[in-house]
Design a protein around this ligand. Structure first.
Ligand code: ARG
Length: 477
């Protein structure tokens, strides 16, 4: 049986095989049921359903929910998608009244509603997981104390930085990810239910009441836009892709740092993998896959934009292709975040290795130049003085300290700058990598994290997403 048997004859099997979405959209079942309940209550308020009828429908919807939850729901060959399956079963359970469920509604506004409910909840769960990862970063940052390592540009040693500073750099990127997620949630908080197939209805529907019932901040303004808008999918995919890119960059550093060449980090056994052939290997597969998943997430962004770009208003079946990339992106990110968090939380930082790499003779080159600046020399000239000392030292194999001492501009007074551990303490400007500004930064980060934790809980509460942000994260795990 199809939903359009009044108009068309049977559908070919291969058409069904090609067009059906049930295999993946069944994960929207809970949201579909929520949408249907709100719709039924709206129809009753509109006087389209009598209270007895809506009670029968709501009971049937509850029964469907139980059947789905306990795994006894039987999907049938004609169930093209989750909407069809639910409506079919409601009709079996509720008899004639079941035929009234879809009054004034189309699968077009229905799917748009389901997917917004789902996406809003999932994004908030991702938000809660981001917070946990940031918390781990903060923990490790606190623990790092006065450890320092070389900071790099072009992957060449540049200036020493506190390990705390380096870890928090990733934390701030995640703070932007979280901010983006929360803003996307606000933008997508609009109910499309009541837009019908594309133009609304002749029946006295109550889209405002339905929106409120579903915990949306508002209802659509334009029915054509309501059923064709997938900005929220594209935006979410971008949010997840950029988050993926940040995890990828962190992953890449762990790949480098765990190599024998760097030796800055030793991964916990539980977060490393071995080799099937080489007995000595300990591989950073979590970090590598964190790096790789970004490619796939970026692909999803490109894919959805390409799908959307040529679509005339309003609904087109092309829009069904929004779901698999979106679901996949959530699945990947929700597995990546705890894995990366575990890797980071359990890793052993070899701070001796970091320190000896950072204490290379040229680490304080810019400090020598700035020392000259403080004594009145223009920076460009100071840069040239120190640059030629470094060049001499490299070419003639003479220790830089000897050349500094012998230099008339520098001399013994400047030698202290070359002492191990001194350079990093001289990064005193706000937001800089030395102990003073980093202590300030850490407090600001902690404060921001507290605020963001509250923002996630508030958004979840506003969206009628049950429980605290932590519960959300757990239920989505
Ligand atoms: N499975 C469809 C989708 O995901 C639901 C909407 C179908 N609408 C239609 N007119 N065929 O987009």
């Amino acid at each position: 049986m199809t939903l359009w048997e009044g108009r068309l004859g049977g559908t070919a099997d291969e058409v069904m095989a090609f067009t059906a979405s049930l295999a993946y959209d069944r994960r929207l079942a809970a949201d579909d049921l929520a949408g249907s309940r709100a719709h039924v209550r709206g129809l009753q308020r509109a006087g389209v359903l009598e209270s007895g009828e809506s009670a029968v429908l709501l009971t049937a919807l509850n029964r469907v929910e139980e059947e789905l939850a306990s795994g006894i729901f039987v999907f049938q060959a004609g169930d093209e998608d989750i909407h069809t399956a639910v409506e079919r079963r409601v009709t079996e359970l509720a008899g004639d009244v079941g035929a009234k469920l879809h009054t004034g509604r189309s699968r077009n506004d229905q799917i748009a509603t389901d997917l917004r409910l789902y996406t809003r909840r999932e994004l908030l769960a991702v938000g809660a997981a981001i917070i946990e990862l940031q918390d781990t970063l903060l923990h490790r940052a606190v623990e790092a104390g006065d450890a320092y390592l070389p900071g790099y540009t072009h992957l060449q040693r540049a200036q020493p930085v506190l390990l705390t500073h380096h870890l928090l750099a990733h934390g701030w990127a995640l703070a932007r990810d979280l901010d983006r997620v929360l803003h996307s949630v606000v933008r997508m908080d609009v109910s499309p239910l009541g837009a019908g197939a594309l133009a609304g209805s002749s029946l006295a529907l109550d889209p405002d009441g339905v929106a409120e019932d579903l915990g949306f901040g508002s209802r659509f303004e334009n029915s054509l836009d309501a059923v064709s808008d997938r900005d929220f999918v594209a935006e979410s995919l971008f949010d997840l892709a950029l988050l993926g890119v940040h995890l990828s960059r962190l992953g890449e550093e762990f790949v480098l740092w765990s190599s024998e060449e760097f030796g800055f980090v030793v991964l916990d056994d539980a977060y490393a993998t071995g080799s099937s052939m080489l007995p000595q290997k300990k591989n950073p597969d979590v970090a590598e896959l964190a790096r790789a998943k970004a490619g796939r997430l970026i692909g999803h962004v490109a894919g959805i934009l390409a799908t959307l770009k040529g679509l005339p208003l309003a609904y087109n079946r092309d829009l069904q292709e929004d779901k698999e990339p979106l679901f996949d992106a959530f699945d990947q990110i929700k597995r990546a975040l705890p894995a990366v968090m575990g890797m980071l939380g359990t890793a052993h930082f070899d701070t001796d290795r970091m320190r000896s790499a950072a204490d290379g003779p040229a680490a304080a080159a810019v400090d020598l130049a700035e020392w000259l600046v403080e004594r009145g020399m223009p920076f460009r000239q100071a840069h040239a003085v120190v640059g030629s000392l470094v060049r001499d030292s490299v070419q003639r194999g003479v220790p830089l300290s000897e050349l500094v001492q012998a230099n008339p501009h520098l001399g013994t007074d400047a030698l202290g700058l070359l002492e191990p551990g001194v350079a990093v303490t001289r990064r005193t400007s706000p937001g800089g990598a030395g102990p003073k500004p980093v202590a300030v930064q850490m407090e600001r980060f902690r404060h921001r994290l507290d605020l963001d934790r509250q923002r996630v809980s508030h958004s979840a509460a506003a969206a009628h997403v049950m429980g605290s942000a932590d519960d959300v994260a757990r239920s989505e795990a």
